[in-house]
Write a protein that binds this ligand. Sequence first.
Ligand SMILES: *[C@@H]1O[C@H](CO)[C@@H](O)[C@H](O)[C@H]1NC(C)=O
Length: 356
Amino acid sequence: MGLLLLVPLLLLPGISGLPFYNGFYYSNGRSPGNGHGEGLFNGVKLVVETPEETLFTYQGANVTLPCRYHYEPALVSPRPVRIKWWKLSENGVPEQDVLVAIGVRVRSFGDFRGRVHLRQDKKCDVSLEIRDLRLEDYGRYRCEVIDGLEDESGLVELELRGVVFPYQSPEGRYRLNFHEAHRVCAEQDAVVASFEQLFRAWEEGLDWCNAGWLQDASVQYPITLPRHHCGGLDLAPGVRSYGLRHRRLHRYDVFCFAAALKGQVYYLEHPEKLPLTAAREACREDGAQIAKVGQLFAAWKFRGLDRCDAGWLADGSVRYPVAHPRPNCGPPEPGVRSLGFPDPQNLYGVYCYRKH
Ligand SMILES: *[C@@H]1O[C@H](CO)[C@@H](O)[C@H](O)[C@H]1NC(C)=O
């Protein structure tokens, strides 16, 4: 068959060594700057503080987006304020209202309803808690404090720990329009990657010579080692863009983004190799499900899953994850190796996913 797609992603060292607090981490340094707003009335300043550092979290976590305000000089008696949190428009997703609070009355909106609340336990702390974080929750949030006279705000940036991977249709290269790209990523337990996510993956070593859709309907590809068959040697390394493409008419591959998982992906120990249908069944008999591509990438990147045996996945592809490259186990870089989409009657092992 000769179709061996390689994904030479480098593992990020030290990810597991980061301190986690309450589902996110950030360092404590708070200096005045772009995260801060301040306004002036009658010689009294309203100051809103949010962390400058991006918060990193994972899918399914509960997170707190910190936001506090105070007056300078301090007021003798507290003034009533209104609080508004909203999510900024990004990647073609319009601005979204998240939560509004007037005194004890709080209202949340849309997908955030029932999942967000204000942590009003301390005075002037109007941090937002989001429960059961979803893939599409990453982005920039604004915390606005509205005092009758003044209106100040701060920004909080939330990013999910995740892994970007290129995805190609079973029919071959460049078969997906933008809408189909969304569907195939969702089927792999992932979403279409944003430019920022692809750029970060490129910084970590992603090199891929096929162009793929991103969230904003642009089509790009990340190159670490310029080469002849891949735009030539004259172009510098980087993320190369074809610009915005027609969402229905143009067809490419796609870059998907899968977040770090709570569950477990494993290679099923089974006495014999199996065709695809029997492989699905074998995972079910083991109290699990056949793993999706996004789940295998997340397990490889965040759990260091390493196995030199090719196994079936839910989409009918056959892959295996290598965290520690070695002889007879693919190329010298870590990566998830792919054998493409073989005949479903062929015999392989299988990767299963168990939720907890
Ligand atoms: C998030 O909070 C809810 C309600 O307080 C709790 O039931 C759930 O276990 C928490 N999830 C995590 C991942 O901590």
